[in-house]
Design a protein around this ligand. Structure first.
Ligand code: ADP
Ligand code: MG
Length: 728
């Protein structure tokens, strides 16, 4: 066994010298070549068909089947020119990984031969036998039917030999079984709610776009080392492992030079991403060793999220070519930073105004303040729900641990915007206000300082931070589908904007000018958000936990409990009033969340039990035997003095015995706890029982990590942290 580990480490180390081949031409030459984008639509579709499709994409106008047939024809022609032989509806079930079922384009041509065939019906709708996807009981297994339906707003793309059609996934009775369908509803809701407010400032506004710019963090490990760690292979994280003597304490990895082999992987990944039309912009080392990040230029939320899913699928394929495995788990290694996926989010009008950024004049700044304050109010009201939207068995390792995000959703504004809000409160009621622009063009009462956009005092401990022209929702997990968080955020903002507009209309009807009316409605909201959700201090501190509870923010740290926020009356009201989820869907989704939680911990518990029994204890006992042989030899050779001389060995023997028996007892207890949990029928109760089992895993880990410290390095059966984290 020791030989194996030695060989694996040697092989991994040698790969550092792998040759790097750069893509041949400039990205702009091949960007989007695997996407049926507008340029390709124009090329492959008749002008009338093209216009109908664009109208469908931009304005939601339904396509009739004859047009869909022509669209399919054009797509087929384009796809065949790329060597495509198969098609799939590509969807995002609640498993958190995308799903696809490939069908060949081949059909009999009725003349004794075969032909490639694809029509509008196959484009618009498919019926995968999807009975094995989680549905929380929405689709009883005897009713296996679930439909996938084309989402024309996200372009069709090619992966290998397959034409992928982004789709929503719904049950026979119309309930959403995926992430995309509710997201699209929330995006429409926020647009519908925001447009009437924007129209007060610019009557030409017809649509408000929700933007998403995600930052994807991940770890790379060498594939040989990965293969020698059953825990990484089966659970995505290390269930055991003593900290490396050096980890991230020197901060020498963050933004450091990217290791050659990693840079080659990144270039290759970007090459694949660009071909898929994903505008990858930033790449760098992250804080922890072997941790990296990339981010695209932000885009429309639904599309940007699809692109995130596409690139997550692509990452491991590309990584394997470079001898790496990508870890998207939120906490693959204890004791060093985990991985998140900051969701940079904002709203903007179809006339090109960014609503989360201060403008140049008083009018646009009033609009900015309206949106800014209402976002804060929405986050305040639904802070528990937002937290629930990012909670999972894997993200739990970040939540509430000493790293972003804390298990309390608050908002960070920075000094400049905090002052602006305070000043707005000081303006006497009824006074027309002017909010000076960035250039200080008008002599306003309240000024947004020019330095503000470059303001860098970012608080990394805040889960929801304002960063100049957007909010960053930092609590989202690296492995999750952003749609979960984005559905809740956009819905919460939509509801708040609707209520704000109703209140504003009353004031306007009373004859007040817009700025006075707006401030009269905003002031109590500003007062409330300053007192409650806004917090610029240290989100990790113990005082903040107490303070947050006093402020009425949700401080729940247990993941199975957090999910309950989805079915609280105020959440049900939010989602049903906007038509995003009905009560049945909300309940079903929680069932799925609890079930997924349970299964993940269940797998971890099994792996932990087997590794303890089959890897760790045998290694410890082998070392113990070695030590005892040593003692025995000493006794044979120098019987008078052996006792003093063998003290070190005997102490180690005793120490190993006690650690091994601690592990054995704790594993036995954990197995018993699992047996008791497994018979529970109720998904919530089961998840709660497994929450306690997750804590037991930590307790089993402690003696194992102590053994790692004392057992002969040659006998240790698993690649250690220092090898996993520093070989690239
Ligand atoms: P940082 O790590 O400093 O937060 P990055 O450059 O890594 O910044 O990522 C910032 C992300 O935010 C990018 O995806 C960027 O396109 C996106 N972004 C910038 N402005 C906006 C905006 N107004 N709305 C949404 N996303 C934005
Ligand atoms: Mg960021």
């Amino acid at each position: 066994m020791s030989k194996l580990r030695f060989d694996v480490v040697q092989d991994a180390f040698k790969k550092r010298a792998l040759e790097v081949v750069a893509p041949a031409s400039l990205p702009s030459k091949y960007f989007g070549e695997l996407v049926f984008n507008r340029e390709m639509m124009r090329k492959y579709l008749d002008i009338k068909v093209y216009e109908a499709l664009v109208d469908c994409i931009d304005n939601g106008t339904p396509l009739d089947l004859s047009i869909a047939d022509e669209v399919a024809d054009g797509m087929k022609e384009w796809a065949l020119s790329h060597g495509v032989t198969h098609i799939t509806h590509w969807f995002q079930p609640l498993t958190e990984v995308t799903a696809e079922k490939h069908d060949s384009l081949m059909e009999y041509d009725r003349k004794g031969g075969m032909i490639e065939s694809f029509n509008g019906k196959a484009l618009i709708q498919q019926e995968p036998d999807a009975s094995s996807f989680p549905s929380g009981g929405l689709r009883a297994t005897f009713e296996a039917r679930g439909y996938t339906a084309w989402d024309p707003t996200s372009p069709v793309f090619i992966q290998d030999d397959t034409l992928c059609i982004p789709t929503i996934f719904i049950s026979y009775t119309g309930e959403a079984l995926d992430y995309k369908a509710p997201l699209k509803k929330a995006l429409k809701a926020v647009s519908d709610a925001a447009v009437p407010i924007c129209k007060l400032f610019n009557p030409r506004v017809k649509k408000v776009i929700s933007y998403l710019g995600w930052e994807q963090e991940y770890f790379l490990v060498d594939e040989d080392l990965y293969a020698a760690r059953p825990d990484l292979m089966l659970t995505g994280r290390t269930l055991m492992g003593h900290a490396s003597s050096k980890n991230q304490q020197l901060d020498d990895h963050y933004f450091g030079a990217i290791p050659t082999r990693v840079a080659a992987f990144m270039r290759d990944l970007e090459f694949e991403g660009y071909k898929l039309g994903i505008p990858l912009k930033t790449r760098h080392n992250e804080v922890a060793p072997n941790q990296f990040e990339f981010a695209p230029i932000f885009g429309e939320c639904n599309l940007s999220n699809d692109q995130n899913q596409m690139i997550m699928n692509t990452m491991n394929r590309v990584a394997r070519k470079h001898g790496f495995v990508v870890l998207l788990h939120e906490k693959p290694f204890a004791g060093i930073n985990g991985s998140g996926k900051h969701n940079n989010w904002s709203l903007g009008t179809d006339t090109g105004t960014l609503l989360m950024a201060p403008g140049k004049d008083a009018k646009s700044n009033l609009q900015f303040i309206i949106f800014f304050v209402n976002v804060l109010a929405a986050v305040q009201r639904h802070n528990a729900l937002l937290k629930a939207s990012i909670a999972s068995a894997t993200n739990a390792h970040r939540l509430g641990a000493n790293e972003a995000p804390p298990a309390i959703v608050s908002a960070f504004l920075g000094q400049a915007m905090t002052e602006v809000l305070h000043k707005l409160l000081e303006v006497p009621s009824g006074t027309p206000i002017e909010i000076a622009g960035k250039k200080g063009a008008s002599v306003g009462i309240v000024e947004i300082p020019q330095i503000f956009l470059d303001n860098t005092d970012r608080n990394r401990t805040s889960p929801f931070a304002f960063t100049g022209n957007r909010f960053e929702f930092r609590a989202v997990g690296s492995s999750s589908n952003c749609a979960g968080a984005m559905t809740v955020l956009n819905a919460a903002v939509a509801q708040q904007l609707i209520e704000f507009k109703a209140a504003l209309d009353k004031e306007l009807a009373a004859g007040k000018p817009l700025d006075v009316a707006a401030m009269d409605v905003l002031k109590p909201i500003i007062r409330s958000v300053i007192d409650k959700v806004c917090f610029d201090g240290n989100g990790y501190s113990e005082e903040w936990k107490k303070e947050a509870a006093r402020r009425g923010l949700d401080t729940e740290t247990r993941v199975p409990e957090m999910f309950k926020a989805f079915t609280k009356p105020e959440s049900v009201e939010l989602f049903t009033s906007l038509g995003i989820y009905n009560l049945k869907e909300l309940q079903a989704r929680n069932e799925v969340k609890w079930e997924m939680y349970t299964k993940k911990i269940q797998i971890e518990a099994r792996v932990m039990g087997r590794m303890a029994t089959n890897h760790i204890i045998p290694a410890a006992l082998a070392y113990q035997t070695k030590l005892l042989n040593n003692v025995k030899l000493m006794k044979d050779v120098c019987p008078e003095t052996y006792e003093a001389q063998a003290k070190v060995a005997l102490d180690l023997v005793r120490n190993i015995s006690s650690l091994v028996s601690e592990i054995t007892t704790k594993v036995d207890e954990m197995v018993e706890a699992r047996k008791a949990a497994n018979v529970l029928e109720n998904e919530y109760e089961k998840a709660t029982a497994y929450y306690a089992i997750a804590e037991r895993l930590e307790a089993i880990r402690r003696p194992i990590d102590k053994l790692e410290e004392i057992v002969d390095n040659d006998l240790w059966p698993l690649p250690k942290y220092r090898e996993l984290l520093f070989i690239n």
